[in-house]
Design a protein around this ligand. Structure first.
Ligand code: M6R
Length: 592
């Protein structure tokens, strides 16, 4: 759960590495460092953010280099534990993302052989192993060292007096960006976009030797041909473009995300499609983590309500721990990054000839997309904020699209809902226009140390997502709860210091939500209600009302979540939190 980068080409490596690292800080930002090779190998690292490292760095001349931004797993976030790590001679520099699971055993062997370790990291065994096997052939030493490593890794290596960059990956992501007379490698595509449009996603077990003349990829000792993908992501999406934070920019991008997701959809949805959820499907399993898990929960409501298919939703981090795996014939994995280790392991365990795996991901070529039998790419574009917003929206839209193209949906319902579906971008834009009112309500949350989010039916997952957003960026404790469950325990926690955000949208659950709000008010808790603009009565019960555009109940998750994202954003802003980089979190969780 770190970010690695590497550069070889005609530019000075140092500014390129630092620029790429700053785009990878969502993967970790405890500490960072770079090493540059111009015949002589020089490294510099510290327990600071990339911006601060820039200020500290001396000029390291050279057009070949590697860099790392860290999210600590083995060893505290200190300058010594920061990458790059070196061998005893200082002639091999390594950056690594992943976990070397047999590092203790390797370290003991290497210590016995006289190697000196300076850090507490698992990574440091790698340069020492390379040193051990080096007999004048850097590639041979690198490849032999790789055979000794267990666990997950994406690694980049520099050798003094050697003008090539050596990289390899197993389970952790690694992308090779191919430019004109330059190559940039990174853990993720957004880091590369300023320099290249064409990328190769290395496969598990690939090793690449990168020189000024090009890239040679090998797998098990044989040359491997890998597809070059053209990335058409908009580069401006990896800049803040005048917004204070990536998160608020990405929240505001959601109308466009909906438009992009629907581009080409209308007119084509009537066509015969080979859909995995049409053919006599007896059941569906959906899995994901965090926000993607919450999107799965919304998917359950959509598919069960509209298509009548039984859907089981699993949190991938739990599912992969199971002894016995019971699968449905179709599994849908949701993952923005396509690299979440818990999701990947679950999908790998589920992969059998009789099970079809559909992955919905935002990252072309990501590991999850390569495990899948079928892939749907979300149209969110690069998401830089650790807290997911627009990628969740894009996932919801894809789930709706699947339901609307299914032959299991009756024509009348389809036609009624498609009219609204078509204008969801405009509806979401109207939610964004209530930003100021939402910011005022956020003030109440910002002054509290705990909050509840409650909803029923299809709004229950949105309550979970709203609470998750608040927790992760404002550090306020928040519980998302099924409104009907409050009286089975948590009601005991409610008092005048515990605000409750209640999702009081119309249709079936309206009456029971009003009863819940009354129950909460009887305990003295301030209630912030999210309500339909046509609802004139809720204001007499709730303390604050955020009025939202009217939609059919099935689309309530789309509308409500935008308001909850804004609520969390402003609460975090009032509290002065580092919104794009919440403590202890990284965007892609590539460890289990
Ligand atoms: O990349 P993924 O969608 O698989 O990531 C899953 C979670 O780590 C992610 O959704 C996380 O919960 C977000 N930071 C929440 O905002």
């Amino acid at each position: 759960m770190c970010g690695i980068v590497g550069y070889i080409g005609y530019r000075q490596a140092q500014p390129v590495l630092l620029n790429c690292l700053s785009k990878l800080e969502y993967r970790g930002y405890d500490s960072c460092g770079i090493a540059v090779n111009n015949g002589h190998l020089r490294g510099f690292k510290d327990a600071v953010r990339v911006e601060a490292l820039k200020a500290e760095l001396p000029s390291l001349e050279g057009s070949l280099g590697i860099g790392h931004t860290r999210w600590a797993t083995h060893g505290k976030p200190t300058a010594i534990n920061a990458h790059p790590h070196f061998d005893c001679t200082g002639k091999v520099a390594v950056v690594h993302n992943g976990i070397i699971s047999n590092f203790e055993e390797l370290r003991l062997h290497l210590l016995k052989e006289g190697h000196t370790f300076v850090s507490d990291t698992d990574t440091e065994v790698i340069p020492h192993l390379i040193e051990k096997y080096y007999q004048g052939d850097p590639i041979g030493a690198f490849q032999t060292a790789l055979t000794r490593l267990e666990g997950s890794f994406a690694i980049a290596v520099l050798f003094e007096k050697y003008d090539k960059l050596l990289v390899s990956r197993r389970e952790s992501p690694l992308v090779v960006g191919i430019g004109d007379n330059e190559t940039v490698i990174a853990s993720d595509v957004p880091a590369l976009l300023e320099y290249v449009d064409n990328v190769i996603y290395l496969e598990d077990g690939d090793t690449a030797v990168i020189s000024k003349d090009g890239v040679l990829i090998e797998q098990n000792g044989a040359a491997a041909d890998r597809t070059v993908h053209h990335v058409n992501w908009d580069r401006s999406k990896v800049e803040k473009n005048g917004y204070d934070h990536f998160l608020i920019k990405e929240i505001h991008e959601q109308p466009d995300v909906i438009k992009d997701s629907l581009s080409g959809f209308f007119g084509s949805q009537e066509e015969e499609k080979d859909s995995l959820i049409d053919s006599n499907l007896s059941g569906l399993t959906m899995l994901g983590c965090g926000t993607s898990y919450n999107a799965c929960l919304v998917g359950k409501y959509i598919f069960e309500e509209l298509l009548g298919i039984p859907v089981r939703v699993e949190s991938a981090s739990e599912f992969m721990q199971r002894g016995r795996i019971i699968s449905s014939p179709v599994v849908i994995g949701l993952t923005q990054s396509g690299e979440t280790a818990d999701v990947l392991l679950s999908l790998k365990r589920l992969k059998k000839p009789q099970v079809k795996i559909l992955v919905i991901t935002n990252v072309p070529g990501s590991t999850a997309s390569r495990i899948a039998d079928q892939v749907i790419y979300t149209a969110a574009g690069p998401e830089m904020s650790v807290a997911a917003s627009k990628s969740y929206m894009a996932q919801l839209i894809e789930l709706f699209k699947m339901a609307f193209t299914s032959k299991l949906l009756d024509t009348a319902t389809r036609e009624r809902l498609l009219k609204e579906f078509r204008s969801l971008n405009v509806i979401v834009q109207r939610v964004l226009e209530t930003e100021r009112e939402i910011a005022e309500c956020a003030n109440i949350l910002a002054r509290s140390s705990t909050a509840f989010y409650v909803g029923r039916g299809i709004n229950y997952p949105t309550a979970l997502e709203g609470a998750l957003k608040l927790k992760e960026i404002s550090y306020i404790h928040a519980e998302g709860y099924a409104a009907g469950e409050l009286k089975h325990g948590p009601l005991a926690l409610l008092d005048e210091k515990t605000p409750v955000v209640a999702l009081v949208t119309p249709e079936e659950v309206y009456g029971s939500m009003v009863s819940t709000v009354k129950e909460i008010k009887a305990r003295g808790s301030p209630v912030i209600a999210l309500a339909d603009e046509r609802d004139d009565s809720i204001a007499s019960i709730a303390d604050f009302v955020i009025k939202l555009p009217h939609t059919s109940g099935i689309f309530a998750p789309v509308v409500n979540v935008v308001a909850l994202q804004l609520l969390a954003y402003y609460a975090a802003k009032f509290r002065g939190c580092p919104i794009d980089f919440p403590r202890n979190l990284a965007k892609s969780v590539t460890v289990v």
